[in-house]
Design a binder for this molecule. Structure first.
Ligand SMILES: *Cc1c(COP(=O)(O)O)cnc(C)c1O
Length: 241
């Protein structure tokens, strides 16, 4: 019985234990691929789960939460006053819901359009809370997925910089890995996103354009191997949906 208590029962499904296991998986991947564990932020994706589940995760020391549906998110976020929390919007955003990003979310992972970014920025200036923004890339050009193509990235950044949006901070890129792909294919996709980040960071001289949101329950290890700074994990923490 020399094991750490967190390891004792791998079948225990409680959220706190799940979080500990995912953190451990992240630490192992970081060790294996020469990454600093402090450079990978775990976002617990609480979409469709009740506020009580979020509360349990907070009690286990967690602070970063991801939501993908505005209505669902707005039913939960106001229940938490904790200023240490960071909320991440990771779903598609209809422009009529864009006014809810600023003031509720610290991070918006799924920006794809200049006009929506302009709306979010205006609101962020109004409420005095800037939003960290990631641009979503459809790295495999999958017609079923949202996100812009790699070729559309530089022109979009150019437009964003021209628009001088005071309410948003351009922080990096996000992608969803292809479903059913093997480890090598996943790594190739994630490596592409990393290369795209580096290339545009240099091209536009954007020092803080340095975040890569990639990796979920099924593919967080290859994402960390290829430089993820944020992994978005739902079912491994909160159970299946
Ligand atoms: C649901 C979701 C996740 C988490 O998925 P799991 O497989 O449950 O970890 C991550 N990213 C996005 C964009 C999602 O919609």
């Amino acid at each position: 019985m020399t094991e750490h208590p967190q390891h004792t029962d791998p079948t225990d499904n409680s959220i706190g234990n799940n979080l500990a296991r995912v953190r451990e998986q992240i630490a192992e991947a970081c060790h294996r691929y020469g990454r600093d564990v402090g450079d990978v932020r775990l976002i617990a994706v609480s979409k469709t789960k009740p506020a009580a589940a979020v509360r349990t995760a907070i009690e286990a020391g967690h602070v970063d939460f991801g939501e993908n549906q505005m209505q669902d998110a707005l039913s939960k976020i106001p229940q938490f006053e904790n200023s240490k929390l960071s909320w991440h919007y990771i779903g598609p955003l209809q422009s009529n819901k864009s006014k809810f990003i600023a003031g509720n979310f610290n991070w918006w992972h799924t920006m794809t359009r200049l006009d929506v970014a302009q709306r979010v920025s205006r609101k962020a200036v109004d409420v005095g809370k800037p939003v960290n923004v990631l641009i979503q890339i459809n790295i495999t050009n999958d017609p079923a997925k949202s996100g812009i193509t790699s070729n559309e990235l530089a022109p979009l950044i150019e437009q964003l910089l021209k628009s001088d949006l005071a309410g948003i901070k351009l922080r990096g890129l996000m992608t969803i890995g292809p479903q059913g792909a093997n480890e090598a294919e996943l790594r190739k996709c994630f490596a592409k996103l990393n290369a795209l980040l580096q290339e545009n960071q240099k091209r536009f001289g954007l020092a803080s354009f340095d975040q890569l949101s990639m990796g979920m329950t099924g593919d967080l290890v290859p994402a960390i191997a290829e430089g993820a700074t944020m992994v978005r994990v739902g079912s491994a923490i909160f159970g299946s949906r």
